[in-house]
Design a protein around this ligand. Structure first.
Ligand SMILES: COc1cccc(CC(=N)NC(=O)c2cccnc2OC2CCNCC2)c1
Length: 389
């Protein structure tokens, strides 16, 4: 039976699609905190819960190893996300984070970490409502423990711990269709190192294309073209916050970033997140912004390479510099930093540059979900202003 678990949850149900009589907003009201289950859900006998302190190098290494060997693979099982430890510390320690939302499952006897799920707090605007939510991510069950129905109890446990902090909504993405996407995005890839991408099977040589012709097709200039294009710095946080808040206000769903959020999520952090802005040489006004995060993938079964260095488009704001030119500068920087590929979703205004900058469509889709929050009608990808890690 499909979605046995999700049919028991306060999420949009397929049968409700198109029923515009249902109001936008929470599906269930909050529960009085005294009525929230105080003790953890029961795991199958052999397993126990563990709260993962990612600041501990030993614990962070255990989480890193579990994800490196068991997390999401592409549809053809040729690549597996390989989030770095530094990236995990960044992704899981935003302002106001709760340690209790970083949840692991151990085998009681061996103490081996075999499953993981996380939440982080985020203020998300949905149309005109600002909603405190948990962003759920990194749900991973060891390959040897799949279809033991561990995922539903882990989802219930993280939900319980989120409820204990008086938060009743959540946001998450998945490559699979569950009840019920608020939006479905297409992902796109821009080759930066086409020879390696073809060698590892990520891309294929185009018809009637030679390798040298392909290398030439994706060639990029050595230096960026926009005057005033530079790395973001700490002192830029107030101006970048104003710029991104204003820009994101046009989308139906978007983070409600304040300066603390911008400082955490958008200040450059080596091998984790890169961010650049355009400071007008005349007025010193900050007019544009672009950013990408670093998420390598392990290459499963290639003699010459073990890792694909990938940049993922994050938040981009264009008010003076054409988005096409801004993103081309982002590609130039990524190429110079030896990334193999630059990925993007067709969210926000990304559609306007994808084809022109020689992105090719990926072979999968990314579905966005809200927990315990109904929206009137499914959003177009271009109405989404939220990028999850
Ligand atoms: C190339 O290596 C891969 C390793 C694992 C999975 C995939 C395909 C895939 N599922 N890609 C995406 O989900 C994706 C494609 C473009 C942009 N963001 C993405 O996902 C992000 C956001 C959701 N959490 C994972 C990272 C590719």
């Amino acid at each position: 039976k499909r979605h046995k678990f999700w049919e028991t949850q306060p999420v949009g149900q397929f049968k409700d699609i198109g029923d515009t009589s249902l109001p936008e907003g929470p599906i269930e009201p909050p529960t009085p905190l005294s009525e929230v289950k105080q003790e953890p859900y029961n795991l199958p006998n052999l397993y126990e819960w563990v709260t993962c302190n990612i600041n501990s190098d030993e614990m962070c290494t255990e989480v890193y190893n579990l994800l490196t060997n068991n997390y999401v693979e592409d549809d053809e099982n040729m690549f597996r996300f390989n989030y770095s430890k530094e990236f995990l510390r960044w992704a899981l320690h935003p302002p106001g984070y709760f340690k209790s939302w970083h949840i692991g499952v151990r085998v009681k006897s061996s103490k081996k970490l075999v499953a993981f799920i996380t939440g982080i707090p985020a203020r998300i605007r949905v149309h005109n409502e600002i909603v405190m939510m948990a962003e759920i991510n990194f749900l991973c069950v060891h390959k040897k423990l799949r279809s033991k129905r561990l995922a539903p109890v882990m989802i219930k446990e993280v939900t319980r711990r989120v409820h204990l902090e008086n938060i009743w909504q959540a946001a998450y993405t998945a490559g699979v269709v569950l009840p019920t996407p608020i939006s479905t995005c297409q992902y796109w890839h821009r080759s930066l190192n086409p020879k390696k991408l073809i060698d590892v099977g990520f891309s294929r040589l185009g018809a009637r294309m030679t390798m040298s012709r392909t290398i030439k097709l994706y060639k990029l200039p050595e230096s960026t073209v926009t005057p005033g294009f530079r790395k973001m710095e700490l002192h830029d946080v107030p101006a970048v916050t104003r710029l991104i808040r204003n820009y994101l206000s046009q989308f139906a769903v978007a983070p409600d970033f304040d300066e603390n959020d911008v400082e955490h999520w958008l200040l450059p952090k080596e091998d984790v997140v890169d961010s650049y802005l355009v400071e007008s040489p005349e007025t010193h006004e900050i007019t544009d912004f672009c950013s990408f995060y670093t998420l390598p993938s392990s290459i499963l079964g290639n003699q010459n390479y073990s890792t694909l260095k990938a940049a993922y488009s994050y938040y981009n704001v264009s008010t003076k510099t054409p988005l096409l030119q801004l993103m081309n500068d982002a590609l130039i920087v990524a190429k110079r930093k030896d990334y193999d590929v630059f990925n993007a979703l067709d969210v926000m205004h990304n559609e306007s540059f994808l084809k022109e900058l020689k992105f090719g469509p990926g072979d999968g889709k990314l579905h966005y979900y809200l927990y315990n929050y109904r929206i009137r009608q499914t959003l177009k990808a271009a109405e989404l202003g939220l990028v999850l890690l």
